[in-house]
Ligand binder design. Structure first.
Ligand SMILES: Nc1ncnc2c1ncn2[C@@H]1O[C@H](COP(=O)(O)OP(=O)(O)OP(=O)(O)O)[C@@H](O)[C@H]1O
Ligand SMILES: [Zn+2]
Length: 653
């Protein structure tokens, strides 16, 4: 019998494709089980082997798991493109997007009795005209569409109608939202409107749940899956539409390898599948806005709230000239809150920092308490009396000053825990907190939201979590206690992020009958972002784009950030220097580089970090320069030194 040679993608470092043999004809996209060294691994058949070396004796494939392929060829094309663009070996890319429990799981027969009991709702005229132009795209091949609709304009309703239309045509929909485990109401809303319990997929599900949704969608039985990033990677050959809600969210950029940007992957995948993709947001990313301006994306706008309610006016409170209570609350905002509570209305307060205090400072010598593994000031948590590193998660129960050995500290800067303490002193126990510390589970999140929704509390204070698409009818006041820390980050998107966060949180006020008000406290009222909040959003995007152009930032330039990290500081430094020299020698004149320099957070988990940034208008240069970095790194690397190549980076710390 003749032997077939197959290239397999295996979820292993470093390269990820390996040649194995089989006597059987195995279709591309099938899952197989093999011995890899002494381990068992599960992988995917990528195709017949490109090259066979006569003197290598290849191992045999132990078992074929599927009688028909699970991963369509277009899926594998997408996978290849992702691996190329993000400069990540296929094996690592695979590990990053497919759970091991899926690769090895038995195909499940999922019961999919999904009957259409959807609830009808009539769209407003504005919604209808956007919907009408979007329904045309279904069945018309690839198109990328940006739906820019202000907060409360009814974007979600349009997505729902599109989903229904697609299902009617017998096609499946992938619906992506950021951090779905933190936003349970969207699932409830979709399920109610569509009339069936919508399957949810994200990385925190149990393997069993994951398998059920995966096979349910893969078999074509579930017409829709809603999920976080990983939902994009459930294969099926009947996908008709991809929706990415809150497309501006930076959590769509995956930090670990493969550090893909989900929005960009969704557009790339839709192009390969030849289906439409809809990106929606009240505050689109500058990149997407730019793509719409230059015609790459179709631009659709909803500039009125669904119920004709006005957007609240945003007022700035200058903390430099205000009387401030407990270093937290200006008297003006205090009076407003007091007034709202008297009328039994609700208030959302944003504070962009968890924990009790931002820093602990030694009372004797003034040293800031730092993590021993990272160059990061520790956050103090009063409940539990410990300090914690927000990077490595290390908890310090007993701590003393690293300089003088004293253990008497001043807590400095307010986190949400301290804000709640102060607010309870001022307003009584009508205050509840919402941040990732208080949300220990899905259930807990639901119960906090329900309690607030039902009016048990008047004030909810929290981190950016409180800005996430909530519909609280009684919220008539939104206060931003401080976001100055966000604006001072060394990140070219800091301004954009602040704008988005402020517009999103402001959008939670006055969504229903009562009028909303928004106050932002800041020590820097002169910052440009504060001037643009009440004007036409076009003004913000145009100003931001011209700033980016002037300074050679995306979307005018592509960026790659290279990080070398090592437990030995000088080794990391030298390696980064050599690699940056090689890149500088090879770069063309339109390519610019920054660094090498120590990363803003110089040490994380005991690894010293050096960074180097490449900016180029030419996408293909990214591949070339990236290869130079990787090849030189392979030669230079010692011990457990690591290279990170981040294409289109979002994190600059
Ligand atoms: N056609 C409609 N008929 C009845 N209610 C609607 C309609 N469209 C929207 N609504 C209601 O208006 C509110 C805002 O709509 P929705 O949440 O869809 O807006 P959005 O644009 O997605 O908001 P955001 O970006 O602020 O999250 C919701 O309570 C929704 O139920
Ligand atoms: Zn740490």
């Amino acid at each position: 019998m003749s032997l077939n040679y197959y290239d397999l993608i295996l979820p292993v470092v470093p390269k990820g494709t390996f040649t194995y043999t089989s006597e059987h004809d195995i279709p591309v996209g099938s899952r197989v089980k093999v011995f890899f060294g002494s381990r068992i691994e599960h992988g995917i058949v990528k195709g017949k082997a490109d090259k066979i070396h006569p003197d290598i004796s290849y191992k045999n494939i132990n078992e074929v798991l599927d009688d028909k392929p699970v991963f369509p060829e277009k899926y594998l094309t997408m996978f290849n493109k992702m691996s190329n663009y993000y400069q990540t070996p296929l094996g690592i890319a695979m590990r990053g997007v497919l759970a091991k429990s899926i690769l090895s799981s038995e195909r499940l027969d999922v019961d999919c009795d999904i009957s259409d009991k959807s609830i009808l709702l009539s769209l407003s005229n504005d919604q209808h005209s956007v919907y009408a132009s979007l329904t045309k795209i279904i069945d018309s091949g690839f198109s990328a569409n940006l739906l820019h609709g202000i907060t409360g304009s009814g974007k979600t309703e349009i997505y729902i109608e599109l989903v229904k239309e697609c299902i009617k045509k017998g096609k499946q929909v992938i619906y992506i939202v950021p951090e779905i485990s933190l936003t349970p109401q969207i699932v409830q809303r979709l399920s109610e409107r569509l009339g069936f319990s919508v399957p949810v997929y994200h990385s925190k599900l149990s393997p069993k749940r994951k398998q059920k949704v995966f096979w349910g969608f893969n078999s074509g039985c579930y017409p829709l899956v809603i999920g976080a990033r990983s939902a994009l990677f459930i294969p099926s050959d009947n996908i008709g539409l991809i929706i990415v809600d809150e497309e501006h969210e930076s959590s769509f950029k995956q930090e670990e390898s493969p550090s893909y940007q989900l929005r960009d992957m969704a557009v790339m995948y839709a192009d390969i599948l030849n289906v439409p993709v809809v990106l929606g947001s009240a505050t689109p990313s500058v990149e997407s806005y730019f793509n719409a301006l230059n015609g790459k994306y179709r631009y659709l706008e909803l500039n009125k709230r669904f119920n004709e309610k006005q957007l609240p006016e945003i007022k700035i409170i200058d903390l430099k000239t205000s009387d401030i209570i407990d270093n937290l609350l200006s008297v003006k905002l205090y009076d407003k809150i007091f007034e709202k509570i008297k009328q039994n209305e609700q208030v959302l307060l944003l504070l962009n920092k968890k924990g009790y205090s931002k820093h602990l400072i030694c009372k004797k010598c003034g040293t800031t308490l730092q993590c021993l593994n990272c160059s990061i000031a520790l956050t103090y948590y009063k409940k539990g009396d410990y300090a914690k590193c927000s990077y490595c998660g290390e908890i310090y129960k007993f701590f003393k000053c690293s300089e003088c050995g004293e253990n008497d500290f001043l807590d400095f800067g307010h986190g949400t825990e301290k804000a709640v303490e102060i607010l309870r002193e001022l307003f009584g126990d009508t205050v509840i907190k919402l941040d990732t510390d208080s949300v220990t589970s899905h259930k807990k999140m639901q119960s906090i939201l329900n309690d607030f929704y039902s009016g048990k509390y008047n004030i909810m204070v929290g981190t950016q979590l409180i800005a996430k698409g909530f519909n609280f009818p009684e919220v008539t006041l939104v206060g931003v206690l401080n976001i100055d820390n966000l604006l001072s980050l060394p990140d070219f998107r800091a301004n954009e992020r602040a704008y988005q966060l402020l517009m999103q949180v402001a959008g939670r006020a006055g969504r229903f009958i009562k009028k909303g008000e928004v106050f932002i406290q800041t020590y820097n009222p002169e910052m440009p972002v504060f001037q643009l909040l009440n004007s036409d959003s076009e003004k913000f995007y145009m100003e931001e784009l011209s700033r980016r152009k002037e300074h050679d930032y995306p979307p005018f330039m592509r960026m790659v950030r290279i990080i070398i990290s090592d437990t030995k500081e000088d080794r990391a430094k030298k390696t980064m220097e050599t690699i940056s020299e090689k890149i500088n020698e090879a770069k063309s004149s339109e390519t610019k580089t920054l660094g090498p320099s120590p990363a803003p957070i110089f040490k994380i988990k005991n690894r010293y970090r050096y960074s180097f940034i490449i900016k180029t208008p030419n996408v293909s240069r990214i591949q070339v320069l990236g290869r130079i970095a990787r090849e030189n790194f392979e030669v230079l690397k010692k011990g457990n030194m690591q290279l990170k190549l981040d294409v289109d980076p979002y994190f600059f710390m």
